[in-house]
Design a protein around this ligand. Structure first.
Ligand SMILES: [Zn+2]
Length: 139
């Protein structure tokens, strides 16, 4: 495997799984593929929750209206500051991504990355649910 590909995969394997999922979904039919989709969906969802690199922490600072801009990993976890770790959790399903749009100092690349990661997380959670139901119904 090429070195750059290996490095890319180590950081962004969740995106690779996501692509794999997109190819698997149209072929869902037999039980084996559904199980594959279920496992991949769970793995990908947890990647976006806890692993995806290069996001801003975004926890609220003491000073009203400013946000922590340390790097963080995953959509659910904040940066190394302990109090920030779980603060993001509150925002995930409250459209926090929109809030960043209003903080103009936020780098646009990070905002886009975060938007994509959020969409991917929602998609994989949906994918997990649908595959789980499909599996339950099949039995
Ligand atoms: Zn922080």
């Amino acid at each position: 495997m090429a070195k750059w590909l290996e490095r890319w995969l180590r950081r962004y394997w969740g995106y690779a799984l996501l692509v794999l999922l997109i190819f698997l979904w149209p072929n869902v039919g037999d039980q084996f593929v559904i199980v594959m989709v279920l496992v991949l969906s769970i793995a990908t969802a947890s990647y976006f929750m806890f692993q995806v690199p290069g996001l801003p922490c975004g926890a609220g600072n003491r000073k009203e209206g400013t946000f922590c801009r340390n790097n963080s990993r995953g959509l659910l976890l904040g940066c190394h500051i302990y109090q920030h770790t779980w603060q993001r959790l509150k925002f995930v399903f409250l459209g926090y991504a929109f809030r960043y749009g209003w903080d103009r100092r936020q780098r646009i690349g990070q905002t886009i990355r975060e938007g994509i990661a959020t969409l991917a997380l929602i998609a994989t959670i949906g994918s997990t649910a649908i595959a789980g139901i499909a599996l339950a119904v099949k039995k």
